[in-house]
Design a protein around this ligand. Structure first.
Ligand SMILES: [Zn+2]
Length: 87
């Protein structure tokens, strides 16, 4: 994978709701709406867009073998359809 053409933002404290929307998604470069933090990444908060946030949610629920995955994804999908930038 080559270097991404946008800046990869990340910081130790959470971004504000306004601040996150001014940054590119860590994964795809589209405008961010959410933030994610994982231990192996220095616990930095990383901006992600709505689409990538949804993908991460599905990935994690699937990996955790959450017995209610389908219902949770459906509920989150409905929330995002009403308010795409909802946290
Ligand atoms: Zn994205």
């Amino acid at each position: 994978m080559g270097k991404k053409p946008w800046k990869l933002h990340g910081r130790k404290t959470p971004y504000t709701e306004r601040g996150i929307k001014k940054l590119p998604c860590f994964r795809c470069g589209n405008p961010a709406a959410h933030q994610w933090q994982i231990c192996s990444d220095g616990r930095l908060f990383r901006p992600v867009c709505g689409s990538c946030d949804f993908g991460l949610n599905m990935l994690v629920l699937n990996f955790m073998r959450d017995p209610d995955m389908d219902a949770k994804i459906k509920k989150y999908s409905d929330i995002l359809k009403k308010a795409p930038n909802a946290q």
